[in-house]
Ligand binder design. Structure first.
Ligand code: FES
Length: 344
């Protein structure tokens, strides 16, 4: 029999209040223990890189495994955020999950799709439109991502959908081109209409929360715009009063900006949407010079119950979290998806 020194009692609470108590053995991570107990925990990579298993430590002590690298920044860890696939409990502790218990009941599936369109939309961004093949189906929440196997290889890359579940069987991705990247090489040199592409999903705990009427702030860096487009279109299509949405979208240079016509159109369709464009370098009539985080200021008078969605590189996410909390937002209302480049 295992002793209490070898087993920790860990409580997991879903956003809908469903609570589960787990016995987590020494050396076991909390995700494995939860999945073994049959809990509907979101996950994907199980190696600390995708953030799908994000949770917030609400009491007790639990750290990431010694020496393990993860996509969380030191400031996010200091705030209590943990990746359950990397986390070992040190005695009794509790975590809250940012999603309802029913969310994890939608299991990822492998599906076949065809290329509908592939086109360069900015200096380093390609729009890839896929259509699910007959007999294939998947659904997702706006903001989630899929894994795409690069045709002709066994290399898998993750991308957020820019389209909504209502657009299925059509799925649209915005993919950043990287020097030497396997996906980039396929997109630039071989991808063609009607190519077959294997996808798997949905994954991720970053998605639009239902029925939130408080103002929404969205900060997107580069192709981090994709999940925001899915969320904005979902807000627009949802019956009832729409929350105000302040979108701050930034790229390194004016040549990197994309989907501007769509954003303009959505500004007409969704009067509560305000879009701010930023570029780090160079000048552009429609964009300010600077980063998309600094484009949100105290003058915006964001209420404490505003919700924020952040998607971009880890440095931008960390800066945005700190900035929004300094402006009075609750850390529990800030949701983030890190985009990290997979160049090889
Ligand atoms: S499943 Fe834990 S970070 Fe991907």
């Amino acid at each position: 029999m295992l002793t209490s020194a070898e087993v920790s009692e860990v409580t997991l609470t879903f956003a809908d209040g469903a609570e589960h108590v787990l016995a987590v053995e020494a050396g076991q991570n909390v995700l494995d223990a939860g999945l073994a107990a049959g809990l509907p925990l979101l996950h994907q990579c199980r190696s600390g890189s995708c953030s799908s298993c994000l949770a917030r430590l609400t009491s007790g002590h639990a750290e990431h495994r010694a020496g393990a690298s993860s996509s969380l920044t030191p400031s996010e860890k200091a705030e209590g955020l943990r990746l359950l696939c990397m986390t070992e409990a040190q005695g009794g502790c509790s975590f809250s999950l940012g999603y309802d218990s029913k969310v994890g009941e939608t299991k990822p599936v492998v599906a076949q799709s065809f290329v509908n369109a592939v086109e360069r939309v900015a200096a380093d961004v390609v729009r890839l439109e896929l259509e699910l093949a007959e007999g294939s189906w998947m659904t997702f929440r706006p903001g989630q991502f899929i894994n795409v196997t690069v045709p002709g290889t066994d290399v898998v890359r993750s991308y957020s959908m820019a389209t909504t579940p209502a657009d299925l069987p059509r799925i649209e991705l915005f993919i950043r081109l990287l020097p030497g990247g396997v996906m980039s090489d396929w997109l630039e040199n071989r991808a063609a209409v009607d190519d077959v592409v294997t996808i798997e999903g949905p994954f991720g705990a970053f998605f639009l929360k239902d029925k939130v009427k408080a103002p929404h702030v969205m900060i997107a860096g580069g192709t981090g715009l994709a999940p925001m487009l899915s969320m904005i279109d979902t807000i627009r299509a949802t019956p009832g009063k729409k929350p105000p949405v302040l979108l701050s979208f930034g790229c390194q240079t004016p040549e990197g900006l994309f989907a501007l016509d769509r954003l303009e159109l959505r500004g007409h369709w969704l009067p509560g949407l305000e879009t701010r464009l930023s570029v780090d370098r160079g000048t552009c009539e429609s964009a300010r010079t600077g980063n998309p985080v600094a484009a949100i200021t105290a003058d915006d008078a964001l209420p404490p119950d505003a919700v924020a969605y952040l998607c971009g590189p880890p440095g931008m996410i960390a800066a945005a979290r700190a900035h929004l909390e300094a402006l009075g937002l609750s850390s529990e209302n800030i949701f983030a998806e890190h985009f990290t480049a997979s160049g090889a």
